[in-house]
Write a protein that binds this ligand. Sequence first.
Ligand SMILES: *[C@@H]1O[C@H](CO)[C@@H](O)[C@H](O)[C@H]1NC(C)=O
Ligand SMILES: *[C@@H]1O[C@H](CO)[C@@H](O)[C@H](O)[C@H]1NC(C)=O
Length: 360
Amino acid sequence: MAPFLLFLLMMISTNTTTTTCHAASNNNINITRSFPAILVFGDSTVDTGNNNFILSLFKSNHYPYGREFPNHIATGRFSNGRLVPDFVASAFGIKEFIPPYLDPSLSDYELRTGVSFASAGSGLDDLTSVVSKVIPMSAQPTFFKKYIKRLERVVGKEEANKIINGAFVVISAGSNDILFNFYDTPARWFQFNITGYQDFLLQNLHDLVKQLYDLGCRTFAISGLAPLGCVPIQITAKFNNPFTRSCLEDENADARVYNSKLEKLIHTMQASLPGSEVIYLNIYDPVIDMINNPQKYGFVETKRGCCGTGLVETGPLCNVFTPVCLNPSQYLFWDAIHPSEAAYKVVSKSLLDSFFNHAS
Ligand SMILES: *[C@@H]1O[C@H](CO)[C@@H](O)[C@H](O)[C@H]1NC(C)=O
Ligand SMILES: *[C@@H]1O[C@H](CO)[C@@H](O)[C@H](O)[C@H]1NC(C)=O
């Protein structure tokens, strides 16, 4: 089991018009803020298809991914449907789907309203994407700079500035680093204990935000970690008996520590970057609530994914030959790592609620 899992994990690491917002009817939230665009940086939780366009094995542009996406398109999103940034962009009245920046057919309209620079398998630690050849977080600002140049050609420098200044920037990363470099391989054990490694990741996150700020971004929404000890593949890695599956409490405790450090860092960053607004996206609480109270959300399974056995399959191992559960909306996880669209919907609602309570 262990060498297989290690192999698997290696594979995983391989992968101007200003819109005025109205009350989002489906969320009953009174949206009084407006954003001209949404810009997204991170990993598979927010990659809407960039890995389709790079040489990496970690792709999801094949069935059964996208099964519940409009027209059942496997866009490269690591889920059966939409991701959190799609729901957020929709609630803001920006657009329904966020395209990947690397899509060569990107229209000027898509450019103006925002794109995702995220790459599945990526992390805040460059080591996380070395084997996989996915786009590390540290390289995503390079693509952002190219995006700005192109936007300037389309709308002019002044308008481009306005768009970047007003954009809602989402950053979601960190789990791959901790899973692949710390829990499941000893890649970083020689340099760091978990405390030191968390601080290293947060330092890199800080540098990234500073870089984006210097390029003109002002509003940042930064995701904390989910309860990583409840990710199906983590449970599989640590328990030999598939019938006694429960969350790994020590890994969840580490995630909570990381999140509280991140919240502190967010306050520091907002104070040190004039005119910025930095928001903490609490992913942990809605996910742990779905695990503890599945019936509240109509879930019947929270410990394994819908694709295949749900214990290990993700990316290339969740494919056209893999049997899929009957009703993915009853599953918290779509594959052994990634949430289902149903779970992402719950998380999005929770984020939007807390964001607008905070903003009002
Ligand atoms: C929505 O916002 C408007 C304008 O700020 C306010 O008058 C109204 O009470 C709000 N409605 C809700 C449901 O919060
Ligand atoms: C982690 O390492 C640092 C030094 O790098 C040390 O001060 C700290 O006590 C260590 N923490 C744990 C939990 O071992």
